[in-house]
Design a protein around this ligand. Structure first.
Ligand SMILES: [Zn+2]
Ligand SMILES: [Zn+2]
Length: 332
């Protein structure tokens, strides 16, 4: 695909601005969350069902936050920001830091240093001694969401240190203001739950659902950039129309791919058209196939099949490209 073809496709999805699939998902999530709260209040076995409901809502929150990151929820910047912050608040992601980090991931996709996700992974492997390697491999094989957890910690650390925001005073203040709002509203909700004797029950259900969310986040994210080539440190940013080279898509699973993960499996199409809303990705993926029929080959595995085969293998072999770069950074 060249720039002219890319622009033609890009224009085709920006013309039609209806976002009813996103609105339907938001409405569904509000109802599911209300049902989840009701079941949590009832306690006992109902709390188990509530966890299931919350996991669906949290998974959607993660994906809608991703949509808000790309301003794909609405044409209004305010609505995108509002949705991003609410979703981030719900699932413990500082929206502004995540937005900046994720947009750099798209602009510098595949770059070992300028893509913050790649940089963090490479640093993790370059700090690795034999003992850490053994522990990492054990965690990987046990399906625990190591990468998701360390990414959350990175985002909060950067937010608190104000590292993620360019050092212009105004933006730093904005970041601090939002951390303050997040913190105060967590305390406020905690006090309300405590007053209504609902605190312990809710906290238990909430954290079990959050842990399961971390598991799903890792399940859907890992296949996208594992075993993809990395650029050199001196390389320039790849144009969007060439970003299929550094991203993988997964095979579609009926219902799951559309309704549960909002077409997140079409990651190559998402890298080529990052502003396209989630419900346009299947069509854009089909268009991409007309330019790059080879893309079909990478779609042999869905996320679950990918995890089932790769969780049995060594993480260092799956992430060999990252490990190779990390090895060059280790002191002699
Ligand atoms: Zn990506
Ligand atoms: Zn994205």
């Amino acid at each position: 695909m060249n720039k002219k073809e890319w622009l033609k496709c890009q224009n085709s999805f920006t013309k039609n601005g209806k976002s009813w699939p996103t609105l339907t998902i938001i409405l569904f999530d509000l109802l599911t969350m209300a049902a989840g709260l009701y079941l949590t209040k009832k306690g006992g076995f109902f709390s188990v069902v509530a966890v299931f409901f919350f996991v669906i809502v949290f998974l959607h929150a993660y994906l809608l936050l991703h949509e808000a990151t790309h301003c794909s929820i609405s044409h209004s910047k305010l609505l995108n920001g509002l949705c991003g912050h609410i979703c981030g608040w719900l699932i413990l992601i500082p929206f502004l830091t995540r937005q900046r980090s994720h947009l750099l991931h798209h602009v510098w996709a595949g770059h070992p240093e300028n893509d913050p996700v790649n940089k963090a992974i490479i640093r993790y492997f370059s700090d690795m001694d034999d003992e850490k390697r053994v522990k990492t491999e054990k965690i990987w094989r046990s399906w625990l969401p190591l990468f998701t957890l360390s990414d959350r910690i990175r985002l909060w650390r950067e937010t608190i240190q104000n590292k993620s925001i360019d050092s212009t005073g105004e933006k730093q203040q904005k970041n601090s203001k939002f951390i303050y709002c997040y913190g105060m509203s967590y305390i406020f909700i905690g006090v309300i739950l405590f007053k209504f004797n609902f605190f312990l029950n809710f906290i238990m259900v909430y954290f079990v659902a959050i842990f399961i969310l971390f598991f799903f986040e890792e399940l859907v994210n890992m296949p996208h950039h594992a075993r993809t080539p990395l650029l050199s440190f001196s390389d320039k940013a790849l144009p969007y129309w060439h970003q299929c080279k550094i991203a993988h898509s997964c095979r579609r699973i009926p219902i799951w791919s559309y309704f549960f993960i909002l077409n997140f499996n079409y990651h190559s199409a998402h890298h080529v058209f990052p502003k396209a809303p989630w419900y346009r990705l299947p069509l854009l993926h089909k268009k991409l196939l007309t330019y790059m029929p080879d893309l079909n080959d990478e779609q042999k595995k869905d996320e679950v099949t990918w995890a089932l085969s790769n969780r049995k293998q060594s993480l260092c072999s799956i992430m060999k490209n990252y490990v190779d770069v990390a090895d060059t950074l280790k002191p002699e």
